[in-house]
Design a protein around this ligand. Structure first.
Ligand SMILES: [Zn+2]
Length: 252
């Protein structure tokens, strides 16, 4: 069920044990070849596919389209809210849902810059509402084992607008991908202990904005992207998310 397509009365009649899903995304530069909406389109696509698989066991909220993207502001078109705003906005949406009696909540994130503050928010809400089951995941984390089998680019290949996001966009919205502007990796090298990508964490975090990390605003290798790979990634992520929803739904 889709939260904002129901009437207030229909929401009132629902079983409060249904998991409620909130997509948190971003509106930011995605290199020369992908649109600013990439993270929102990916997050909403996953939530739509997941909902198609289990429509009566999931309640989908309207997505949060703008996230914490200060590190992308060096590139035109990026919109960003502060971490404080994110914590307030997303926190207040979740508090509203809890006030209506729902107690199983899933935050599905599609943007790296939301991860740290999202985790802080989860821990705060977890203490505020000990009776509520709160889950947060980022799509490339929830299916990480399977995604390792799918990637073909090696360390530094799956990052911002790289192999995976470009594959997903070729699958979801090929008309929005400018194929002739897909270039090989432009990652700027850093210390070995600071090298990381979507699938591989680093030994230490070393803050650099996107201008310092890349030449084009793309981190990773989009030349290895394809629409069939986007379908494989989708299958991996949806299978993993279905398990999360099922496990929460069955919790008493
Ligand atoms: Zn992205």
């Amino acid at each position: 069920m889709i939260w904002d397509q129901l009437t207030s009365e229909q929401i009132n009649g629902l079983d409060r044990g249904i998991p409620v899903l909130l997509v948190v995304a971003a509106t930011e530069q995605h290199g020369p070849h992908l649109p600013l909406a990439t993270d929102r389109l990916i997050g909403e696509f996953f939530s739509r596919k997941l909902h198609e698989e289990m429509p009566s066991q999931l309640l989908v909220l309207p997505a949060v389209a703008v996230g914490c993207s200060d590190h992308h502001m060096g590139f035109s078109g990026t919109l960003s809210i502060s971490q404080e705003s994110f914590r307030n906005q997303v926190g207040d949406i979740i508090r509203s849902v809890i006030q209506h009696g729902f107690h199983k909540i899933i935050l599905l994130n599609s943007h790296g810059g939301n991860q740290a503050i999202g985790q802080v928010l989860m821990e705060q809400l977890g203490h505020e509402y000990p009776q509520v089951h709160l889950v947060m995941t980022t799509w490339w984390r929830v299916a990480i084992k399977r995604l390792y089998e799918i990637t073909e680019t090696g360390p530094g290949g799956v990052g911002h607008a790289g192999e995976f996001e470009t594959s997903l966009m070729l699958h979801i919205a090929p008309d929005l991908v400018i194929q002739k502007l897909i270039f090989p990796k432009t990652n700027r090298p850093t210390f070995p202990w600071a090298e990381s990508d979507m699938l591989r964490g680093s030994g230490a975090s070393y803050f650099r904005n996107m201008r310092a990390m890349t030449v084009t605003g793309v981190f990773g290798d989009p030349t290895a992207a394809s629409a069939p790979k986007g379908q494989q990634i989708t299958d991996a992520v949806i299978t993993a998310l279905q398990q999360v929803v099922k496990d929460l739904y069955e919790l008493k």
